[in-house]
Design a protein around this ligand. Sequence first.
Ligand code: FES
Length: 215
Amino acid sequence: MSESNPNASVEPIGESEHSACCANPTRRALLTALASCACLAAIDPAAADDDEQPGASDRPQKADQLVRAEGDKAGEVIKADDLTLGGPPIRAWPKDPKSAVVRKGSRLNEVVLVKLDPNELDDTTRARAPDGIVCYSVICSHAGCPITAWVKEEQGDKNVFKCLCHNSEYDPRQNAQVVFGPAPRRLAALPLTVADGAITVAAPFVGKVGVQQGG
Ligand code: FES
């Protein structure tokens, strides 16, 4: 079930060194052995001093903004117009608009957004996705690697989120349910709203974040 299609194209999410590394399918076999530790170490930007600020490790809260997690525009507030229908996805951190604290003190707070056709979304997903913008935790429920690829699914024609550690896939149109690989459960969803063009958090995570048992 977890064998990967070697012909599948892989589009990394974001521009981090880690993402580019893990997105190379020709190196996947080698990377798999290293991925769990290497990915966790390389992807965790929670090393800056401001990660110690009050609230930096709190989970996303209602009315939080979302800011880019990487790239030239890292730290910029994400607007609805910044997202292109069908991708690419954008990785983000929640930010308290009152204190200006970015909640990157915990890697469990990082999320990924992508804009999809609302007509493709199931009812549960659509209710959380203004203008078709869906948002999920990047933490894979299998062993905690970050989701790093937006790629054509193994068993269909649509793009899905993929964890390259062990090839689990999640369909963002169906509340990020697992559609391939060993992951035991869906990604946690972060409900959004859009006000005056700005994307904000509508409610805390729905579902468990990370690899907690019992999901
Ligand atoms: S950590 Fe194993 S598939 Fe994601």
